[in-house]
Write a protein that binds this ligand. Structure first.
Ligand code: ATP
Ligand code: MG
Length: 383
């Protein structure tokens, strides 16, 4: 709220200097929905250079007319009125066309709910019937959906994202148009599709959204998505985190060349894939080697894909019962091995430690200084 109130003061400064300016987009939508407000966008007749004369700020996309300004510890994304959204897809327009009218700026926006303006007095100006759609919870493109999705196919995924975030319905014309134009999504770069897909997968109303993706056959177009979501689209009791994980896991497994997850995530999904494929029951060795998070995740994957039982609580209990979580937990350490055996350090020490770890995990040996010492004296020559 403070961001909106301070935003009105920002607008006033613009007006006092002879420019038109409004808050616009998601912030106004979320304000009407009484949801927490993230970033606040401002649209103005002032050019980026003129904006920077009035406010402290940095040009974040000056080519496209965006400046991030700071006012009373809040930041605002300020863009100059424009009609082109060409940069949203692979066509990069050489030069941006500024507009003198805010109406043109509103009309280039994606959905009616994202086209509302708020002026410096707090008045909401609605050129696109956005208020009505927010009230009835509808996602509807501004103007003809076929045209708008042809201009920028990412908007189709944005429709799903807003559904997943807000629990809105996609208006029937817009939905039919998504079905008709679904193949256009392949024109958008895989990186941007992944960003949007992750936003969708984090939404509170993900299940409903995935059902809509199936309804519009959108899931048949994006590589791996059909495999990624089909397993659980009928399982209403599935926790959202499991759906998120299993979808990412499957996408990464089926088409890693398209879904470019970060290395960290890729490593995680791959480890879990290996573990899930290797067996169904995870013993002390797997728990020790992969850790709690990965073994639970592998169990969830097996639960979804192989109808295994969900055992995450049992796994957590077994994990807590492990005698050691790392070789450093052994009561008889490398240093002790060297002094006791009087041998030179070498690869054999690590091999012996690995063997001791296995013996302790198998409960054949206790993690006890004297017991381990005896074992070392009796066995070190084998290593
Ligand atoms: P949120 O930030 O909650 O995800 P938002 O509506 O603020 O939602 P942003 O991606 O931050 O979404 O975009 C800000 C505004 O810019 C939107 O509300 C919309 O008016 C416009 N916009 C963003 N992307 C597009 C697009 N691909 N086509 C048309 N307009 C867009
Ligand atoms: Mg936003």
């Amino acid at each position: 709220m403070k961001k909106i109130n301070d935003g009105k003061k920002v607008l006033k400064i613009f007006e006092e200097n002879g420019y038109e300016a409004y808050m616009v987009g998601g912030a106004i939508r979320d304000y009407l929905l009484k949801l927490p407000i993230n970033d606040v966008d401002i649209t103005t007749s002032a050019t980026p250079k003129e904006v920077l004369k009035l406010f402290k700020g940095i040009p974040t996309g000056i080519k496209y007319g965006t400046v991030t300004i700071t006012f009373r510890e809040n930041t605002y994304e300020v863009t100059t009125f424009r009609s082109e959204e060409g940069y949203y897809d692979s066509r990069h327009p050489g030069e941006i066309q500024y507009e003198t009218s805010v109406l043109k700026d509103v009309e280039r926006r994606d959905f009616t709910m994202n086209g509302l303006l708020m002026d410096q007095t707090g008045l909401i100006i609605d050129h696109v019937d956005g208020k009505k759609d927010i009230k009835h919870k509808y996602i509807r493109t501004i103007n003809n959906p076929d045209d708008r999705f042809n201009e920028d196919a990412l908007r189709m995924l944005r429709a799903f994202y807003f559904q997943s975030k807000l629990d809105f319905e996609i208006d029937s014309n817009t939905k039919a148009s998504i079905e008709k134009n679904r193949n256009l999504i392949l024109k958008i770069s895989a990186e941007r599709v992944l960003d949007e897909m992750l936003k969708i997968l984090h939404g509170k109303y993900l299940k409903k959204t995935l059902k809509n993706m199936v309804d519009t056959k959108f899931h048949e177009v994006l590589p791996g998505l059909k495999e990624g979501i089909l397993h659980f689209s009928k399982q209403d009791e599935m926790p959202l985190t499991d759906i998120f994980f299993s979808t990412c896991f499957t996408l990464n497994k089926v088409v890693p060349s398209y879904w470019k997850f970060s290395n960290k995530h890729r490593h995680k999904y791959q480890s879990v894939a290996n573990l899930a494929n290797s067996k169904i029951n995870f013993g002390a060795k797997e728990l020790y080697e992969y850790g709690l998070e990965f073994t639970q995740a592998a169990n969830r994957v097996n639960y979804i894909l192989r109808k295994d039982k969900l055992r995450v609580l049992e796994i957590a209990k077994d994990f807590n019962d492990l005698p050691i979580n790392s070789s450093l937990d052994l009561k008889f350490r490398a240093r002790d091995i060297l002094t006791t055996t009087n041998r030179k350090a070498g690869a054999w020490v690590n091999n012996l430690i690995t063997d001791m770890v296995n013996q302790v995990l198998d409960k054949k040996l206790k993690n006890d200084y004297n017991e381990l010492k005896e074992y070392v004296i009796a066995n070190h020559e084998r290593f």
